[in-house]
Design a protein around this ligand. Structure first.
Ligand code: NDP
Length: 457
């Protein structure tokens, strides 16, 4: 069966790719199983050189790659460029640190018995990925896995398959052998096929539902499983922010960048009652300035949703919130005409009976709730099944840290949000996932330690 790629801005088919099937997945896996052994023998420096070259090629072809990303996901072109340029920081960071992180360690070298650790690759790993930031989330896994000596069977989302094919093309051009990186194309059932095969690890980015299914399906294999899942990330705006208008502008960007389709997008906002009215005025005014439309126009901030079915999810959240007493400040429905456009939507007077405050929206809508104390805000921020990120805007670091230290999330932000850095681990708690990417921990995820006890006589 073939995979038809559609442009979300028009709904028109723009490409057709041959989908993989059971036989082709098996053939690719067997190729990788042979290649991985040889790849693992190369020094880290040589593997790293291929990744650095890959980064150079992506940079050289950046504009062409941005256009492809925009055409298949609807991401506004300037945001596609930002993503491609921004993801390069993973390569820079790896090239500075990977050799040190992967070097073995001698723990005892005196006396009769010497003890040391070496780090060995896992083997051939499955990288099942999402469409919303294919460069960021792809790089977080396959670059680190390759540098650590693994081979990678990469399954892009069916909504980012053209981009996935570009990764394959440029990795091979950069010197990563064909029997070390292979892309499999197709919808979810091709991903399912990967679960049936004997891979040495499963590294998944996507929704909680699919992540849980993957963990359950491969549990009997007893191989590493890592899950980077969704979130319902809260932001609390305290009454001591230096500039309410600027706080509103930053909060809106955190909620609406990439059309809200970010795992760490601000998904619900709590505002201290003392600044609530001013904050709402500034927030709504800011959202009304957003340029919506053709994602190939470099001034566009809000393009189409990538997936048409998400429109029904957003409609349900809006209707549910209004029925329970929320105030619709702006937006509230899909836009007429071609493409999967949804109006940037702001709901105020929200509370936790509403889906918009409890379920991942993954679109350009936000619920805002007034709070009367820091304790109330913290309790509401913690009232979630997710645990990806949480943010506080405040003029007082100590006051903000009190909340951030109490949050049960993998990442916390003070006066910033919707941000990922290669320096620190990226990890979710509760329904937001398992394990870490990025930093030293992100590369150790792709190796297994071997302990040596060496007695000379
Ligand atoms: P999905 O869970 O729908 O899909 C993720 C990947 O899994 C896709 O490649 C998909 O293929 C594949 N897949 C679907 N069914 C199966 C199956 N049965 N077995 C194996 N693989 C399967 O997520 P989305 O792509 O819609 O991504 C959005 C979600 O990802 C959001 O919840 C978001 O928050 C989260 N996310 C988390 C990040 C994090 O770092 N924590 C980062 C980015 C996104 P196909 O698409 O072809 O159906």
């Amino acid at each position: 069966m073939n995979l038809i790629i559609k442009n979300p801005a028009t709904g028109a088919a723009i490409a057709e790719l041959t989908s993989d099937n059971k036989a082709s997945v098996r053939a690719k896996l067997s190729l990788l199983q042979q290649g991985q052994k040889e790849w693992a023998l190369h020094p880290v420096k040589e593997r790293l050189a291929c990744i650095i070259k890959f980064g150079e090629l992506v940079k050289q072809h950046g504009e062409e790659l941005s256009v492809i990303l925009t055409r298949e996901t609807g991401k506004p072109i300037q945001q596609s460029r930002n993503e491609i340029n921004g993801a390069q920081n993973r390569i820079d960071h790896l090239s500075s640190h990977a050799e040190r992180w992967l070097r073995g360690e001698v723990l005892v070298d005196e006396g009769l018995t010497h003890e040391k650790i070496s780090y060995e690759p896992l083997g051939v790993i499955a990288n099942i990925s999402a469409w919303n930031f294919p460069y960021n989330v792809g790089y977080n896994v396959f670059l680190y896995a390759l540098v650590a000596g693994n081979a990678v069977l990469y399954k892009p989302s069916e909504y980012a398959s053209l981009t996935g094919k570009q990764f394959e093309k440029y990795l091979h051009k950069a010197g990563v052998p064909e029997n070390v990186f292979q892309c499999v194309i197709g919808p979810g059932d091709v991903g399912q096929q990967l679960l049936e095969e004997p891979l040495d690890g499963y590294f998944f980015t996507g929704s909680y539902g699919t992540g849980r299914h993957i963990a359950q399906t491969v549990a009997h294999k007893l191989v590493p499983v890592q899950l980077e899942l969704g979130g319902k990330d809260p932001l609390f705006v305290m009454d001591d922010v230096a500039d309410v208008k600027q706080a509103a502008i930053n909060a809106a960007e955190g909620a609406f960048y990439n059309n809200g389709q970010s795992c760490c997008a601000v998904e619900r906002i709590y505002v201290s009652e003392g600044i609530y009215d001013n904050f709402i005025d500034a927030f709504v005014a800011e959202v009304k300035t957003y340029i919506i439309g053709d994602p190939t126009n470099q001034h566009t901030f809000i393009g189409p949703l990538t997936r048409q079915p998400q429109i029904a999810v957003l409609d349900q959240q809006v209707t549910d919130a209004i029925n329970k007493g929320a105030v619709l400040e702006t937006g509230g429905q899909a836009m007429e005409g071609q493409g999967y456009y949804y109006q940037p939507t702001v709901l105020t007077n929200c509370d936790h009976r509403m889906k918009v405050m409890m379920e991942e929206s993954f679109g350009p809508i936000i619920g805002i709730q007034k709070v009367s104390s820091d304790e109330e805000a913290l309790s509401l921020m913690q009232d979630t099944d997710y645990g990806l990120t949480g943010a506080v805007f405040s003029g007082n670091e100590e006051r903000a840290l009190k909340i951030l230290e109490a949050l049960n999330t993998g990442t916390v932000y003070w006066n910033c949000c919707d941000r990922v850095s290669p320096n620190v681990p990226w990890s979710g708690r509760k329904n937001s996932g398992l394990g870490s990417t990025l930093s030293a921990q992100g590369i150790r995820a792709f190796v297994q330690p071997k302990s040596y006890h060496l007695r000379s006589s």
